[in-house]
Design a protein around this ligand. Sequence first.
Ligand code: 0PR
Length: 355
Amino acid sequence: MQQPEPQSFDRVLSSMCTEPHPAAREAGERFLATNPGDPATYDAVASLEERAVELLATLADHPTPTEASGYVTSGGTEANVQAVRSARNRHDASDVNVVVPESGHFSFHKAAGLLDVELRTVPVDGDYRTRTDAVSAAVDESTALVVGVAGSTEYGRVDPIPELTRIAHDAGARMHVDAAWGGFILPFTGHEWSFDDAAVDTLTIDPHKFGQAAVPAGGLLARDAAALDALAVDTPYLETRSQATLTGTRSGAGVAGAVAAMEALWPDGYRDAVKRASGNADWLAAALADRGYDVIEPELPLVAASFPEPEFDALREVGWKISRTASGELRVVCMPHVTRGALRAFVADLDRIRA
Ligand code: 0PR
């Protein structure tokens, strides 16, 4: 049978994944048959994973990146599930709850279901950021974790992380930042989101999103080893005696690709990518506003705008991969593969449809 062609990125405006950097492809292929889940056997990939954690910690402004702990997960979902699990395991109470903004990714709902913790969902303000007063009102002595989002999935918004961290710690809870998408963008903006800006306990940051690594490569980082120790189970018959990851066998290709992408692009390549993507987001926001659409001012390179259903459907029909927010706005994620030319073609198609 003939192999099907994979999706071309030319018209993909909805995805938070992107074309991997060539170095990530090449490294991924070389490490396809390795398993970082068994570091005593696959030691080369195990040292690459240490390098990945150090690089991620550098991006996330950890005060001493060599002391950060963490690992390369299958994606943001696993990192978020593990952050909830770690906080639950470390919290001294039987009925544990986790406070998550309504802008939090749906992986937190999966985590709550899997781990049997209560999810306390709090509202966002008029600009889609977590309301700190609502978080203050929601926490109590059974709160194991407060979640803040740094680059929200629907609107690309950044929560007030330092203030959320203070509220969490005052309540005896831990603080997790979900920077799965934003983590490779935020080092080049003025937002406060990192280990250096606040004493956050854990952080999700995914190389397979804006980091231009190959799937699967998510990232879980912890300020210190205790967060990961709380996840470890004994592995009596392996050379390595314990394992803190959620999955057992893992992708060596993901780990090697993540390191290759980060070594190729940090920091200048990522800075250029963020500059281009932000310019594109501003350009598209202006083009949509010129045509009379209500645009939500982009903060990170993600554009959302009120958009009638017939126009949305017609654009999908001519091949544009676009998505909607829960409230029905058009949502365009300006990933590194999204060029100005593609956006011009998108707007030209929109003009044709409206004519
Ligand atoms: N946290 C945030 C803030 C996210 O945006 C996402 C995914 C996750 C966690 C979960 O990450 P994983 O999907 O790696 O487990 N955000 C996108 C979403 O769910 C993911 C995505 C990626 C969607 C590629 C479409 C796509 O083509 O919408």
